[in-house]
Design a protein around this ligand. Structure first.
Ligand code: NDP
Length: 245
């Protein structure tokens, strides 16, 4: 029996891209998935599809910048399924621009979603997992959590932060709770839609032609979850074979 079957798995940012592909793949493998994102209409459609294929899924509107909403989705998982086995902190945004454009509101939003959203997820799930004496927290970083490039300073800073938080968490809670970082390279999704700077958006269009499908990242997440409980897959980098970075 797979170590995914029957697990209760919360996925943030499940309304498109990597989160959606992961929700569909984990549900196919027998997980009970609990989906969160702001676009609840999209989540409803995904949950209906999963139901129609015999899977088990719930959803709730979620803004990860609001700590109470992460607490609420953890409570939903507990009330429906009695426990939380895995939290996938996947929600993220990437409005790229050079620092000298001073798009400070976009910097704030990236910090709020990509860093504080992850922290709020940890804050909501950790007490439950500690009480269960088991669990797994999977955080989505990026190739941008390993290297920095122009227009991506703030985005990369948020993803470096995800790496640091994950490693600190792993060292503190290892024993009962697994911590995994998934670092995708360029992947098909709606991520580049949040870029307001024209030059950065055009640059990304060229770069994103190499994109691998979101299912490639979902496979890596599935792999990390299905290992035996005493095996922690601490980090996986998945990128296009042709990618330089
Ligand atoms: P998408 O834009 O397709 O998905 C991002 C998801 O995050 C959406 O479901 C969106 O849903 C959700 N989201 C955004 N803001 C919030 C918020 N405030 N509260 C809750 N959910 C939110 O992009 P990806 O699938 O690519 O992104 C998933 C993760 O993968 C991100 O962390 C990203 O940084 C990372 N990544 C992606 C790469 C790529 O090339 N695609 C490369 C490296 C890393 P909604 O708008 O409905 O709230």
């Amino acid at each position: 029996m797979s170590n995914v079957n029957g697990k209760v798995i919360i996925i943030t940012g499940a309304s498109s891209g990597i989160g959606e592909a992961t929700a569909r793949m984990l549900a196919k493998n027998g997980a009970k998935v609990v989906l969160g994102a702001r676009r609840a209409d999209r989540l409803e459609t995904i949950v209906k599809d999963i139901d129609a294929e015999g899977g088990i899924a719930e959803y709730q509107a979620l803004d990860v910048t609001q700590r109470s909403q992460l607490e609420a989705i953890v409570q939903l998982a507990q009330s429906k399924f009695d426990r939380v086995d895995v939290l996938i902190n996947n929600a993220g945004i990437m409005p790229l621009s050079t620092l000298d454009q001073l798009k400070v509101e976009e910097w704030d939003r990236m910090i709020d979603v990509n860093i504080k959203g992850v922290l709020y997820g940890i804050a909501a799930a950790l007490p439950v997992m500690k009480a269960q004496k088991s669990g797994q927290i999977i955080n989505l970083s990026s190739i941008g959590g390993h290297t920095v490039s122009p227009t991506a300073a703030v985005y990369c800073a948020t993803k470096f932060a995800v790496g640091a938080l994950s490693e600190g968490l792993r060292q503190e809670v290892g024993g009962d709770i697994r911590v995994t970082v998934i670092s995708p390279g360029v992947t098909e999704s709606e991520l580049a839609d949040s870029i307001s700077d024209e030059a950065a958006r055009l640059g990304m269009q060229e770069f994103r032609k190499l994109s691998i499908p979101a299912s490639a990242i979902a496979h890596a997440i599935l792999f990390a979850i299905e290992q035996p409980d005493h095996v922690d897959v601490s980090e996986i980098i998945v990128r296009p074979t042709a990618s330089l970075h």
